[in-house]
Design a protein around this ligand. Structure first.
Ligand code: PHE
Length: 474
């Protein structure tokens, strides 16, 4: 095993038994503190995926049984991929493409890096559409326009199909993301995450307490806590894995990019474990906010699909607090702010994948690189947004732009990326290098290290491969 000092410099280091010189800029940003590392990575993971997509999936796939399957995938498949990304990122100190160029010069692995950059741009393009809707609902909520007596389904439909309104909100959201990313790693991403994540966790706890005290909340709790395994079909298993990958932001090199800003003494394994625990907790707590509230209003159904948050919930806020509308106003405002903050900490990480690549690869300043990424996402994002309105007839492979980008990333680029990333780490990289990274040059004792390596080597690529092939066959 290398001694810690030479491990710290990383140049030269050993990869697959050959000496490699790192030619990456030495003045890259760094996360200043360990808390910053965890909050920024958890910020990437915690997003619309937890608060919007997770309850939707739980609602559609039968509640508690889905959650159990989901948790297995988080810790057995997604966490190993996250660790592999951390090894690649911190081991190379480069953006996703540069990482493969440094660790495997001249080898085709670099394709995985380019897939990540493409995936990051595609995710940001469709994700910012929903983030824009959330911004609109936040504004509406504070302006007290989500009042009782409306057909919220029609209101939602009218808004998303409007030719320009959703575009304006989406643009505003992308510009906020742009602002944070162009401020840099420590002054932008880290500082922002350190403020926003605690606020987000605080709002979750307040909302959950409110929700749990609603009349009829126990039915929602039963739905969340009592597993009915007869509901677990192949489809449920596939959805749970897709959800685990999406929710933990793995497979696109997003966390590899963040890990390239980790310091040499950042403990990779415990950081990954913390991120997985925070992300799963937020997802489940979001269920504790949404389902007791939904079940407290007669006639509301938990499987309303993606409209749950924009159609069912405004109705629930009004009905549940009919006697005290002020409380409904506060509850709904806080809920949409929560969604907004969660979305923002995630879009920043998606933006960073491509910004870091352009900044380092084409030697553009970080600010200029961020401008390029934002402009591309504005154009592609507009296409996604318009696919709910004027462009609803434009189809590629039978899908509108929004659905196409969602499909390409969640069903294709993320799982394929996950397979390539884990195979690269366990089959291509030198075992000593990987162990050095995971143990910080032998300084950290990592209980269960052989199990982790086994998960990265066999379980993750094979498990994801099976699910991926199943998806393709369908
Ligand atoms: N994990 C984020 C969420 O749950 C989404 C995301 C996907 C973020 C891919 C970065 C990269 O909303």
């Amino acid at each position: 095993m290398q001694n810690y000092e030479s491990f710290c410099t990383f140049a030269p280091f050993f990869v697959n038994n050959c000496k490699v010189e790192s030619n990456n800029p030495t003045n890259r940003g760094n996360f200043g503190t360990r808390l910053g590392v965890i909050l920024a990575s958890a910020g990437s993971a915690v997003g619309l995926g937890n608060i919007w997509r997770f309850p939707t999936e739980v609602g559609n796939n039968g509640g508690a049984a889905f959650i159990l399957v989901y948790l297995c995938f988080v810790f057995l498949l997604a966490m190993p991929v996250m660790l592999a990304e951390f090894v690649i990122g911190r081991g190379s100190k480069a953006n996703t493409v540069g990482a493969y160029r440094t660790l495997a010069p001249g080898k085709p692995w670099i394709v995985a890096g380019f897939m990540g950059v493409l995936g990051g741009i595609l995710v940001l393009s469709f994700y910012s559409v929903v983030a824009g809707w959330t911004l609109h609902y936040t504004v509406q909520s504070f302006a007290n326009r989500l009042t009782a007596g409306q057909d919220f389904g029609a209101v939602f439909q009218r808004f998303v199909s409007n030719p320009w309104k959703p575009l304006v909100y989406q643009l505003a959201f992308l510009l906020i993301t742009h602002y944070v990313v162009s401020r840099g790693v420590e002054r932008g991403i880290e500082r922002f995450s350190k403020v926003m994540m605690p606020v987000l966790l605080f709002i979750i706890v307040v909302l959950m307490c409110c929700s749990l005290t609603m009349p009829g909340a126990d039915e929602g709790l039963r739905f969340l806590l009592r597993p009915d395994f007869s509901k677990v079909t192949t489809g449920v298993v596939l959805s749970a894995m897709g959800q685990a990958f999406f929710s933990l932001s793995v497979g696109l090199g997003c966390l590899a990019t963040y890990a390239s800003y980790f310091k040499q003494d950042t403990p990779l394994v415990s950081s990954a474990l913390n991120v997985c625990i925070i992300d799963s907790a937020v997802a489940i707590l979001s269920g504790f906010i949404i389902f007791p509230a939904v079940f407290s209003v007669p006639g509301m159904s938990p499987d309303a699909g993606p409209g749950l948050v924009y159609i069912t919930l405004p109705h629930v806020f009004n009905e549940a607090f009919a006697g005290l509308p002020v409380l409904g106003y506060v509850f709904s405002g806080m809920f949409y702010v929560l969604l907004l903050l969660a979305a923002l900490t995630s879009t920043i990480s998606m933006h960073e994948i491509a910004t870091a690549f352009i900044h380092e690869n084409y030697r553009l300043s970080r600010q200029r690189a961020a401008v390029v990424v934002t402009l591309v996402c504005i154009v592609l994002g507009a296409a996604c947004s318009l696919s709910f309105g004027p462009w609803s007839e434009v189809k590629i492979w039978h899908r509108g732009f929004f659905d196409l980008f969602d499909f390409l990333t969640a069903k294709f680029l993320m799982p394929l990326g996950g397979i390539l990333i884990t195979m690269f780490v366990e089959w291509y990289l030198d075992r000593r290098f990987v162990v050095d990274q995971l143990t910080n040059g032998g300084r950290l004792r990592v209980p269960g290290l052989p199990i982790l390596l086994f998960l990265i080597r066999w379980v993750a690529p094979i498990g994801v491969g099976i699910v991926f092939l199943n998806e393709i066959a369908n």
